[in-house]
Design a protein around this ligand. Structure first.
Ligand code: PHE
Length: 340
């Protein structure tokens, strides 16, 4: 058989080989590329080719070898699936590892605890849009035109005419509740709020509130105080002490801020309470009669109170988180630490 006849036959054999399993594929590889394989012989014979023919035959042999290598590579993919990628092999027959189902965010856990306490006192839950109009976020709540809360510094505006903004508090939901619900009203509004504030370890431009509203005949400041005391004791423990400090909000009169006694034992207590031992957790007050009027409720017949709790501050202290920014980083190593 001449050298060229031989090469033609080998070429056909390479194309026609049909190994049925990995062992046969390996046999094919050895029979071609092995030390005693067909190519070893071909190269032996190549030595006898005349110098003039060497160049042309050299190319043909290289071509043949490439064809054999290509087929070997394709057999490998067919018979050894793990060679298809470099990814670790997945054993689909192994039992499923149960248990990693994600975990609740500490802000959600805190909101749930707070809403749970108010639900047990008979409050319902109201929700509203995060993009609000001027009326629900400001005007109905007695914010004068020139009030700094309306300023570009504080509010993220979405549109100007008519004004739309990201709500700066969930009091907007209380306006919606007063407009749409029948009296008496006892509701809380948990939700996300937005203020154009510098981001630091203690403040963020996004945070969460649970605001509450109670309107009925003869609702007094004593009702407000007792409701908040009950709440504080449910959340922080039965011996928790509170204090109310006079404050100002456009939509309540009188207004107050509530602190809980946190203690002054450790260095952290000093830092958290700014050296006072008291931790401020909410704003509150009796609804201004004008706000009731704005929402179609007769202030001669009805009175009510409102309060607004900042969630992140409480979550930081319940869970010992020292930097508020962690709540918004979505790092599962952080959020996975607080509960299921
Ligand atoms: N809306 C107020 C705030 O965001 C909180 C508040 C609510 C105060 C209800 C009094 C009554 O700061």
């Amino acid at each position: 058989m001449s050298f060229s006849e031989r090469i033609d036959r080998l070429s056909r054999e390479i194309q026609e080989a049909q190994p049925q399993n990995a062992a046969e594929a390996e046999g094919f590889r050895l029979s071609w590329l092995g030390r005693k394989g067909a190519f070893a012989e071909v190269f032996e014979q190549f030595k006898t080719v005349s110098p003039e023919e060497k160049r042309a035959f050299g190319q043909v042999i290289n071509e043949l070898k490439r064809a054999a290598e290509e087929r070997i590579a394709s057999f490998k993919i067919t018979f050894t699936p793990e060679s298809r990628t470099n990814a670790p092999r997945v054993d689909l027959t192994r039992p499923v590892a149960l248990g990693f189902g994600g975990s609740r965010h500490p802000v959600s856990l805190t909101m749930e605890r707070i809403t749970g306490i108010f639900r047990s006192m008979g409050f319902g839950i109201s929700e509203g849009p995060e993009i609000e109009d001027d009326w629900h976020n400001f005007s109905a709540l007695n914010f004068p035109e020139e009030h700094p809360a309306r300023d570009m510094q504080d509010t993220f505006f979405v549109a100007t005419d008519p004004m739309l903004a990201l709500r700066t508090h969930t009091s907007s939901v209380q306006v919606r509740a007063m407009e749409s619900q029948t009296l008496p009203i006892r509701t809380i509004s948990p939700g996300r709020v937005f203020r154009n504030e510098a981001i630091s370890s203690r403040s963020h431009c996004i945070f969460h509130q649970v605001e509450g509203l109670y309107i009925d005949k003869d609702v007094s400041f004593a009702d407000l105080k007792q409701t908040l005391l009950t709440f504080a004791r449910e959340l922080f423990g039965a011996n928790t002490e509170i204090r109310l400090r006079p404050s100002y909000f456009p939509f309540t009169e009188p207004s107050a801020e509530m602190d809980v006694w946190w203690g002054l034992e450790t260095e952290a207590d000093h830092r958290i309470t700014k050296g006072t031992g008291w931790l401020e957790i909410l704003g509150c007050g009796m609804l201004d009669p004008q706000v009731l009027l704005n929402c179609g409720i007769d202030p001669e017949v009805y009175s009510g109170f409102a309060f607004g709790i900042g969630i992140e501050r409480i979550a930081m202290n319940l869970f010992g988180v020292t930097d508020l920014r962690w709540f918004f980083e979505s790092d599962v190593r952080f959020v996975g630490q607080f509960g299921v």
